[in-house]
Design a protein around this ligand. Structure first.
Ligand code: AMP
Ligand code: FE
Ligand code: FE
Ligand code: ZN
Length: 290
């Protein structure tokens, strides 16, 4: 069984439609595909339809933009009911923060001589429900200001660079509660990806277990081998599910090919079992598709 639990489509900042992603997953020989666009469940239905009759199982999820002690944290929520009003409201607030940041980024680019308009960004992000820096990057590429997304981030859009602007993110502890209430299973994405162990050490992770955290993404391209070993030990000590995934973004992000990291079948089975019991105990009337 080949199981990849974290991927993106054009509904957020990937470059494939949900249908194209499902086809690529089948071609890559995957058995289970976690579809986890940023802050939206907008691709779930199309992906489920595309997977019919292929033998591929799509595990619907959302990668939620959160914050913990002022550090950005991405929370993967598997099979929550996205229509549960408090969760829908929280996601709406994050999506609004994504959109309202764009003019500020464009203003900074303009002050550096790059004339990228809101219409240019809209053209570059037609299918998205979650506008982000990658779409600004795509507009910069289309206008010839940079060669690719990587250069746009490196020279302009990363923190510390001239056109970086922060955006709203939800409190992690609130999201752990809401995801549980919505019948979903929360897993922290690439916990040591950006800041290393500093932002999300063993003690911090231990503190989150009591708040409903179910797992951590250990095998991710942003984690060097030593970090993976250490995170695997921590997960075992804390009883957390260990996942592995590509964080595939189509051609939008280099080095994240489908299936480049995978989740062990027994860990996936634990996740599915947790999702089944979460649905039974969640406050939300569980309506998410199977
Ligand atoms: P935002 O959602 O606007 O904060 O932008 C962050 C997103 O940009 C992440 O989810 C990544 O998918 C993407 N990203 C970050 N760095 C790069 C990069 N160097 N090349 C391509 N995409 C990137
Ligand atoms: Fe992304
Ligand atoms: Fe992420
Ligand atoms: Zn991701």
């Amino acid at each position: 069984m080949r199981i990849d639990l974290h991927t993106h489509t054009r509904v957020s900042d990937g470059t494939q439609s949900p249908t194209e992603l499902v086809r690529a997953a089948v071609e890559a020989g995957l058995d289970v595909l976690g579809l986890t666009d940023h802050d939206t469940a907008g691709g779930w239905d199309e992906a489920a339809r595309a997977a019919e009759g292929t033998g591929l199982t799509v595990l619907p999820g959302i990668e939620i933009s959160a914050r913990h002690h002022h550090h950005g944290v991405h929370l993967l929520a598997y099979r929550p009911d996205p229509a549960y009003p408090p969760l829908a409201g929280a996601l709406g607030k994050i999506l609004a923060g994504r959109s309202s940041r764009v003019p500020a980024i464009l203003e900074r680019l303009r002050s550096h001589g790059m004339d990228v308009t809101a219409a240019d960004v809209r053209r570059a992000s037609q299918d998205t429900a979650a506008t982000g820096r990658p779409h600004v990057a795509d507009a910069m590429v289309a206008l010839g200001y940079v060669a690719d997304r990587s250069q746009a981030f490196r020279d302009w859009l990363n923190p510390g660079m001239p056109a970086y602007v922060d955006r709203y993110a939800a409190e992690l502890v609130d999201m752990l509660r809401l995801v549980g209430e919505a019948g979903g299973v929360p897993v922290i994405a690439h916990p040591w990806g950006r800041h290393g162990p500093e932002a999300m050490g063993e003690e911090a992770l231990a503190g989150l277990v009591g708040l409903g955290l179910a797992g951590i993404e250990v095998d991710h391209e942003d984690h060097p081998p030593a970090a993976r070993e250490r995170l695997r030990d921590i997960a075992r000590d804390l009883g957390l599910v260990v996942t592995g995934s590509s964080d595939h973004h189509g051609t939008g992000k280099d080095g994240h090919a489908l299936g480049c990291n995978t989740t062990a079948p027994e860990e996936y089975a634990r996740l599915v079992e947790l999702a089944t019991s979460a649905r039974a105990t969640g406050t939300a009337a569980a309506r998410s598709p199977e």
